[in-house]
Write a protein that binds this ligand. Structure first.
Ligand code: TXA
Ligand code: MG
Length: 347
């Protein structure tokens, strides 16, 4: 069923066509759901103060209702409109990294609709750093609840084409502002305790957080006092391509041996490969090359597109190399592990 005729606007982020922004903003003001680019991934936005509008996000994505959404605002002043107060560590993080790929969990003041926060007393807030997102937030003049604009469980969208594949006919509009620059989502930091806790690694590294907010706890699986996961989204399947993904540890000969064994068993093998690995794995049935091991930022940019690339290929299993867990590699490996449901092949 396709209940919507999805509007589509192409906006050049360097020359923003304000008439397109106004059309998209008008839909948001009419409580409709519109996808838009941010610097991390595409978001699926709706008026965060309106329960029905927010419900339409959950419906379009097929997202479980106990997984809360991030509220996006246009500038630092507007953070105050959705939180009770800003703790000192959050102030320091906002001053250093906002706008940017950072989401802060603070006490909600109740302005956000109850389904945005999934009934929690806290709210996740982020100021995106993308000219089209900024223009839309300013013109709509609303806080926008926006999860990543993918169908629940699938890799997050880094192009408007990905959004279209997942959500055409299910939402009112898509603003195409080109490919996103960072490629993985924002870092989610819980600022409600004594020290910042990273609930989801992302575009701002642990080192960057610690530089301004002191030592962090980095346990995304940590439970709160009621034994509830702190970041409810963490328990669900995420980022999964259609074929199973296995992460292969060990050296290049071991990787090649895995391909050979699978092929001997009649399996068609896809490989997600860095530029360094690609020439070694030409025996695979399909190889998607996406960046150099010398730049984990580049790997992050291409990661979700790589995961999606196998959906149109005839492969039974996808193998991926692993990356060092430092800097942006922490977020990359976090997403790869989830996409693989922790299936790891070791020598
Ligand atoms: O980069 C991003 O963060 C993108 C762009 C669109 O801004 N958004 C995004 O949203 O990734 P989403 O919904 O896919 O992920 C939000 C994460 C989930 O893991 C959710 O559980 C967590 O933030 N979250 C939201 N509100 C929370 C809260 N009050 N307490 C703890 N975790 C929260
Ligand atoms: Mg998501």
């Amino acid at each position: 069923m396709k209940p919507y005729q999805t509007s589509y606007w192409q906006i050049d982020p360097t020359h923003i066509d304000q008439s397109f922004v106004q059309e998209a903003a008008a839909l948001l003001q009419q409580q409709q759901v519109v996808a838009f680019p941010t610097e991390t991934v595409y978001g699926l936005g709706a008026d965060a103060t309106n329960e029905e509008a927010v419900q339409a996000i959950f419906d379009a994505k097929g997202r479980p209702s106990d997984n809360p959404l991030i509220v996006h605002v246009g500038n630092k002043e507007q953070v105050y409109e959705v939180v009770e107060s800003i703790p000192p560590m959050a102030h320091a993080l906002i001053d250093a990294y906002a706008p940017g790929p950072l989401t802060l969990i603070m006490k909600s003041n109740g302005v956000s609709a109850p389904n945005v926060t999934a009934g929690l007393s806290t709210v996740a807030v982020r100021i995106p750093d993308h000219p089209v997102a900024k223009a839309l937030l300013e013109t709509a003049n609303l806080p926008l609840a926006a999860p990543s604009a993918n169908r629940s469980g699938r890799p997050s969208p880094t192009t408007a084409q990905h959004v279209y594949e997942d959500l055409e006919g299910r939402i009112a509009g898509i603003v195409d502002g080109g490919a996103t620059g960072i490629g993985v989502e924002s870092t989610v930091v819980d600022c409600t305790g004594d020290k910042p806790i990273i609930l989801r690694p992302g575009g701002i590294t642990k080192e960057q957080i610690e530089a301004v907010a002191g030592p962090v706890g980095n346990d995304e699986s940590s439970l709160n006092a009621d034994d509830q996961p702190r970041s409810p989204g963490m328990k669900y399947t995420h980022y999964a391509p259609e074929a199973p993904l296995w992460l292969v540890e060990g050296d290049v000969p071991f990787f090649k041996a895995q391909i050979a064994v699978l092929q001997q068993n009649g399996k068609k093998v896809g490989v997600m490969a860095s530029e360094e690995l690609a020439p070694e794995v030409e025996q695979a049935d399909f190889v998607h090359v996406y960046g150099s091991r010398a730049s984990l930022n580049e790997v992050a940019v291409g990661l979700y597109n790589a995961l999606r690339s196998f959906n149109t290929k005839d492969v039974d299993v996808i193998l991926s190399e692993v990356f060092p867990e430092e800097g942006m590699g922490v977020a990359v490996m976090n997403r790869l592990r989830k996409a693989a449901s922790e299936t790891i092949v070791q020598p």
